[in-house]
Design a protein around this ligand. Structure first.
Ligand code: ADP
Length: 259
C-alpha cells in the first residue's frame, strides 16, 4: 500500500491569500524592491487588501522602504503577527535578523525561514500577497514555487543588456517551474532630470520592450529613473505615498491597475 508520506508535498495555497505574486529580477540593484514597495502601496491606495513578503534574504530592504522597524510579535509562540504601514501588511526576513547582520544561512535554513514567513505569519484575508524575491535563480525561488501555489511572477529589469540577459534566465526558471509570467517591468527606463525635466536614456532604450515581444509576455510598465523615487524610498515613504500626485507615482498606479 503506498505510503502517503512518500509523496512529495505539492504547492499549497497560503491561507487567506487570493493571489500570490512573485516579484523577481535576474540581478540585484535593478529596482525590484522599489517596484515591490510602490506597487504594494498603490494597490493599497486602490482599496485592495495587500501584503508584502520581503524574502530578499541577501538584502532585505522593505523595512527601510516602508518605514517599518521592530521585531514582529508572536503572542502564541507559533504564529507571527505581521507589521503594517501605508495600508500594506508586511513581513521581512530583515525583521527577524539583527540589523547589519549578514544572512549566511545555508539552503535548508533559508527554505525554513521562507516557509515560516509564508505559512506561519497571520496574513489575514488578502487579495494579493507580493513576494519580493532575492535576485537570481536560487533556493528561495525554487522553494517558493515548490511549496506555495504561486499565481504568477513579475520580472523587473533595466534596459541594459546584462540585466536583460539575467532576466531571461529568471524567465526560463519560472517557465521550468510552470509559474505564469504576468509580464516584464522596465525600471530606470529613462532618466528624468529633477531640475529641468530633461529626459535621457542612460541605460539604453527599448531593450525590455523588444525582449517582452520576443518572449510573448506583456511589458507592464516603464518606470523612469528619477531622484525622487530613490529619496522617497530611502526616507521610508515610497513615492506613491509621499508624492501621490507626481507622474512618477502615476506609473506605479497604472501598474497596480494592470495587476
Ligand atoms: P533591487 O531590489 O533590485 O536590488 P532596489 O529596489 O533596492 O533594487 O534599488 C536599488 C537602488 O536604486 C535603491 O537605492 C533605489 O532607491 C534606487 N532606485 C530603484 N529604482 C529607481 C528609479 N526608478 N529611480 C531612482 N532610483 C531608483
Amino acid at each position: 500500500k503506498p505510503s502517503r508520506k512518500a509523496q512529495p508535498a505539492g504547492p499549497e495555497p497560503v491561507p487567506g491569500v487570493d493571489r500570490l505574486v512573485a516579484i523577481a529580477s535576474g540581478k540585484g540593484g535593478v529596482g525590484k524592491s522599489t517596484v515591490a514597495s510602490n506597487l504594494a502601496c498603490a494597490l493599497a491606495a486602490e482599496g485592495r487588501r495587500v501584503g508584502l513578503l520581503d524574502a530578499d534574504v541577501y538584502g532585505p530592504s522593505q523595512p527601510r522602504m516602508l518605514g517599518v522597524s521592530g521585531r514582529p510579535a508572536s503572542p502564541d509562540g507559533k504564529t507571527i503577527l505581521p507589521m503594517r504601514n501605508y495600508g500594506v501588511t508586511m513581513m521581512s526576513i530583515g525583521l527577524m535578523t539583527n540589523e547589519g547582520q549578514a544572512v549566511v544561512w545555508r539552503g535548508p535554513m533559508l527554505m525554513g525561514a521562507l516557509q515560516q514567513m509564508l505559512m506561519q505569519v497571520q496574513w489575514g484575508a488578502l487579495d494579493v500577497l507580493l513576494v519580493d524575491l532575492p535576485p537570481g535563480t536560487g533556493d528561495v525561488q525554487m522553494t517558493l514555487a515548490q511549496k506555495a501555489r504561486l499565481d504568477g511572477a513579475l520580472v523587473v529589469s533595466t534596459p541594459q543588456d546584462v540585466a536583460l540577459l539575467d532576466a531571461r534566465k529568471g524567465i526560463d526558471m519560472f517557465n521550468q517551474l510552470k509559474t505564469p509570467i504576468y509580464g516584464l517591468i522596465e525600471n530606470m527606463s529613462t532618466h528624468i532630470c529633477s531640475n529641468c525635466g530633461h529626459e535621457e536614456h542612460i541605460f539604453g532604450h527599448g531593450g525590455v520592450a523588444r525582449e517582452a515581444e520576443k518572449l510573448g509576455v506583456p511589458l507592464l510598465a516603464e518606470i523612469p529613473l528619477h531622484l525622487d523615487i530613490r529619496t522617497s524610498s530611502d526616507g521610508g515613504a515610497p513615492i506613491v505615498v509621499s508624492q501621490p500626485d507626481s507622474p512618477q507615482a502615476q506609473v506605479f498606479r497604472d501598474l497596480a491597475r494592470r495587476l
